[in-house]
Design a protein around this ligand. Structure first.
Ligand SMILES: [Zn+2]
Length: 157
């Protein structure tokens, strides 16, 4: 058997093994979905897909692969889903649940500023105004009242 063939078999087996016990992944960026920020997109054709966070769902809408009919988000404080247009949204806080790599440290030991990540600035959803305000007071970020977030796809407002 050639070395290449051996290598291919190894890769296939390794991939199968890795997939076996894996948590659910984001349909857009393939990251692990954290239950607190889980987001569901309903497409024009009626299909529903899950993403790791509202930010990813909006990316999908902007890339316009298939028109988005609705986006449902999870209440970060209490769980349960609600339409994104009815949620309070906090953008750019220091919480970024779907970025599971630790901060990058430069050779001198100082944390380096992350320039770009698909899921930043983070976008976190809340059902209640009080929990959203308390979260923004603690973690920073900009609070948007339901329906006022500028990035919402028109069809989902
Ligand atoms: Zn994602």
């Amino acid at each position: 058997m050639s070395t290449l063939r051996c290598l291919l078999i190894f890769i296939v087996l390794a991939t199968l093994g890795a997939c076996a016990g894996k948590a659910e992944q984001c349909w857009v960026c393939q990251r692990e979905i954290h239950p607190q920020v889980r987001t569901t997109i309903t497409l024009e054709g009626g299909k529903s897909v899950s993403t790791c966070c509202p930010r990813c769902a909006l990316h999908y809408g902007q890339e316009n692969r298939e028109p988005v009919r609705g986006i449902r988000v999870t209440d970060y404080a209490g769980g349960g889903s609600l339409p994104m247009s009815q949620a309070f949204l906090v953008e750019g806080s220091d919480e970024a649940p779907c970025m599971h790599h630790p901060p990058v440290i430069d050779p001198a030991g100082a944390p380096m500023q992350m320039c770009y990540d698909r899921c930043t600035p983070s976008l976190i959803s809340f059902r209640g105004a009080a929990t959203a305000r308390a979260f923004a007071a603690e973690h920073g970020g900009t609070l948007y009242a339901p329906g006022s977030f500028p990035g919402l796809p028109p069809a989902t407002r």
